[in-house]
Design a protein around this ligand. Sequence first.
Ligand SMILES: N[C@H](CCC[C@H](N)C(=O)O)C(=O)O
Length: 287
Amino acid sequence: MSGTPFLKMNGLGNAILVVDIRDQGRISSETARHLAAQPRTAFDQAMVIAAPRTPGTDALVTIYNADGSKAGACGNGTRCVAYYLGRETGKSELLLETVSGLLAVTNADQEMITVDMGKPRFEWDQIPLEEPFADTTGIELQVGPIDKPALHTPSVVNVGNPHAVFWVHNDPDEYALDRFGPLLENHPIFPERANISVAQVLAPDRIKVRVWERGAGLTLACGTAACAVAVTAARKGLAARAATIVLPGGELQISWRESDDHILMTGPWELEHEGTLDAELTEEGAA
Ligand SMILES: N[C@H](CCC[C@H](N)C(=O)O)C(=O)O
């Protein structure tokens, strides 16, 4: 087969393009932006699979947002990569490497895949924030009128990428995230920008979330945001360490393991179509 293999997939409606460049091909930020704009390959995130760099790992994965920027982690995309490599190798356990570290996958051959997303980081300079905050369970930040802020005092965390979680009592659907999202994503307090969530605790083990993603905008689901919401809720005492996160595209199970502080994310994947990138990767295509 010639050309660079790709799979158009989604995780709970979060549009994922898996691209396999182990044999040939190369994806730059410009190419990623170009692919995101083509109907056949449109994505929120592209997961680019290269040959393993570290012994014992199965692949090196580079993650692009639709705007061509790189991301350190993508939960929904990781399950899609796991499906593809599990299908190829028949292995149910995989170890994937990203710029943010190693991700252990279990049940790669199943309909529900579990990814060990590693440990959350809560220090202000790990998020990162522009200035020191001792307490990152709620930082000084708000949008809306000063006397009645619509969204304020978010919890912040890095789960391989930066997240801010705004807690609300009303339905997250009532908030104009399309308007506030871009302002908050690009707020100077976040030198590397941030993914922005609005979260409503429905029960101690169930939280409803909408997400404005850094570099991609409103998406139907975001796996790392689900992790960010679950751990910050547990840290604030709003929820248990295991919770169902309800996103517009469906549900993810998140469990923050006590023994080693790791976050486990379990959810589905869906394959839409697959093929090879030919025209898309020619110089004209990528221009
Ligand atoms: N959709 C993703 C997150 C993509 C990362 C991203 N938007 C960023 O950190 O720049 C997920 O399922 O976790």
